[in-house]
Ligand binder design. Structure first.
Ligand code: SAM
Length: 200
């Protein structure tokens, strides 16, 4: 496996897909803003879709959703929920060009090794149509680390994250919002919600 994916993190999601699938949907506020920015019925690539709850919400809102996840076991959970194909795809395997109106990546790019993040973000930039929108969330901090479940986190500061986005491509705007919430490990964490628009 390439260094662009963290082996222990994927091992966790492969082994715990069924339990993780019991989690309740999150990110309603962020999704409302994201969907409002897109053309009605527009095409959305979802990265790290987990058990497919958010894909189900975006499909119900009438969008053309393409869910993906790097864990085949998690993709199978999503496929069962959605009744449609869910592609097993690692972030660094994304190779689309100007194909999507939006890319949705809720609480998943936080697992990309710090050295690889700008490269993955540039793949997302390339996959978007001009003027397309991209949402992603991260657990904030001051340097990489692992949680008690052995999952890797890049724990960015806002400043560090803005620099990685700027390195990755040309954006018309980069908006960062903050809140707090509990992760699957039960620990309270500070989140950075990043919404950007590709230059037209
Ligand atoms: N977005 C979903 C949600 O909010 O419920 C799942 C979030 S979960 C915290 C992170 C997801 O990212 C897992 O489903 C995991 O399999 C996936 N993932 C982790 N590393 C990945 C990688 N390198 N490529 C693709 N998916 C990955």
């Amino acid at each position: 496996m390439s260094d662009a994916a963290d082996h222990d993190t994927l091992k966790f999601y492969r082994a715990n897909a069924e339990t993780y699938a019991q989690r309740q949907p999150r990110g309603t506020e962020q999704m409302t803003g994201f969907l409002a920015a897109l053309p009605p019925g527009g095409s959305i690539l979802e990265l790290g879709c987990g058990a497919g709850y958010q894909a189900a919400q975006m499909l119900a809102a009438g969008f053309d959703v393409h869910p993906t996840d790097g864990s085949a076991e998690m993709a199978a959970q999503a496929q069962q929920r959605l009744g449609r194909e869910v592609r097993t795809m690692l972030f660094h395997e994304l190779d689309a060009d100007a194909a999507y109106d939006g890319v949705w990546a809720y609480a998943c790019l936080l697992h990309v090794p710090r050295d690889e993040l700008a490269s993955v973000l540039s793949r997302v930039w390339r996959a978007l149509k001009p003027g397309g929108w991209f949402y992603a969330s991260f657990k904030s901090g001051e340097g990489e680390g692992r949680d008690k479940l052995a999952r890797y986190y890049n724990y960015p500061s806002e400043e560090w994250l803005r620099a990685r986005y700027a390195e990755a491509g040309g954006w018309a705007s980069i908006d960062v919002a903050r809140d707090q919430g509990k992760g699957f490990d039960g620990e309270l964490a500070s989140f950075l919600h990043v919404m950007v628009q590709k230059q037209s």
